[in-house]
Design a protein around this ligand. Structure first.
Ligand code: PLP
Length: 375
């Protein structure tokens, strides 16, 4: 490939940092042992896993023994929604901007006879504490799920206030913090969430490793039957190199939130300043590494494909088939009927201002070519 491709899809996944690879490497080689083995070598690997767990707990200000490793955030989300006991007549409340992992779990539970309701965002992408209060007023909710940072529009939710509303009404509070790790300080004591999940490949660690925080005293049934790994909370041999990498990356990300945000702001400003067309989907509180742009009269699926061919890799942020896209449900639920179809650009640590400007110019030219493709 001779043409330089500009990757603006870091919300989909990130490359792995060199230090993060270095943290994993010994556990592929000299210390390859199974942490469940009772012998001394297995116990070396087990100590490493406990070291990683403690590092993750420290990174999010959690108590000892509250973090468990999973294969992904999707698995952690499934464990929460399917593993929390919902009393007879009780309901689960999810927000209208959740990732498909939460949405699909809730839909399955509903098909199986559980009660599920949705608290909608306002037009600015926010789940307001008052809106949640209305949804909980009957006191019959057992679990509330609101993500920390939305993956499509980048809105930052008032998690501390929302968790307090849930607790006042006797519900547990879970937050999917997958898109928050690079840009937001996570402090589970301060926000008082009961459960929280993150995913390594979104913060410069390996794919296939996630983490679930569960506050002491909160009971969740395991998702998988099998061995007694993760203190009986998650069966299956622990991927030791992956959790070592994960702990290194989580610590690094949480230590560098300010510089990460300063960089993202520069890149985002350069990108938006150069864009000639489209409406940037602004929300009240917003991260700087996720930018959705709406285009009137342009099919976002076709635009994303045309951009990919022109050298800019971005996302439509929702299922896209045969070159046509539907609007992501987060934007539909915000009630933004005024907006055309959206494309999501997301920036990362390697994104330069020059790349942002060059990408925006390619977007301008591509939109010009596609104008009028939606009847
Ligand atoms: N939640 C959010 C907000 C996400 O953006 C993603 C990934 O796109 C997930 C959950 C799923 O994470 P994983 O890839 O670890 O299953």
């Amino acid at each position: 490939m001779s043409k330089q491709v500009i990757y603006l899809d870091y919300a989909a996944t990130t490359p792995v940092d060199a230090e993060v690879i270095a943290a994993a490497l010994p556990y592929y080689g000299s210390t390859f042992f199974n942490p469940s083995s009772a012998h001394t070598l297995g116990q070396v690997a087990a100590s490493a896993v406990e070291f990683a767990r403690r590092a993750c707990e420290k990174a999010i200000n959690a108590d000892r023994g509250t973090v468990r490793f999973t294969s992904s955030a999707t698995e952690a989300i499934n464990q929460v929604l399917k593993g929390i006991e919902i009393p007879e007549g009780g309901k689960i409340v999810i927000s209208g901007i959740e990732h498909d992992a939460v949405k699909a779990c809730a839909e399955r539970l509903e098909r199986e006879g559980k009660r599920v309701s949705i608290v909608m965002p306002d037009v600015n992408g926010m789940i307001l504490p008052d809106a949640l209060e209305k949804e909980l007023k009957n006191g019959d909710a057992a679990l509330v799920c609101v993500m920390t940072v939305n993956n499509i529009v980048g809105s930052i939710q008032p998690i501390k206030e929302l968790a307090a509303v849930a607790h006042n009404r006797g519900a547990l509070f879970f937050t999917d913090a997958v898109q928050a790790v690079n840009s937001t300080e996570i402090n589970v004591k301060d926000t008082d969430v009961d459960m929280l999940c993150v995913s390594g490949h979104k913060f410069y660690s390996l794919k296939g490793c996630g983490m679930l925080y569960v506050k002491n005293g909160v009971k969740i049934k395991p998702l998988l039957d099998g061995g007694n790994q993760e203190h009986g909370n998650r069966a299956g041999t622990v991927d030791v190199p992956a959790v070592m990498a994960f702990a290194e990356a989580l610590t690094k990300a949480q230590n560098n939130v300010d510089s990460y945000n300063a960089h993202s702001k520069k890149v985002k400003t350069a990108f938006l300043n150069e864009l000639k067309y489209g409406v940037f989907v602004k929300t009240s509180e917003q991260v700087d590494d996720i930018v959705s742009v709406a285009y009137d009269g342009v099919d976002s699926g076709r635009l994303a494909v045309a951009l990919s061919m022109a050298g800019v890799c971005c996302s439509v942020g929702s299922a896209c088939s045969a070159g046509s896209a539907t609007q992501p449900h987060a934007i539909v639920n915000m009630g933004r009927k005024d907006l055309g179809q959206t494309v999501r650009f997301s920036f990362g640590k390697p994104t330069t201002v020059e790349q942002a400007v060059a990408a925006a110019r390619i977007v301008n030219e591509t939109v010009e070519k596609l104008k009028g493709s939606v009847e």
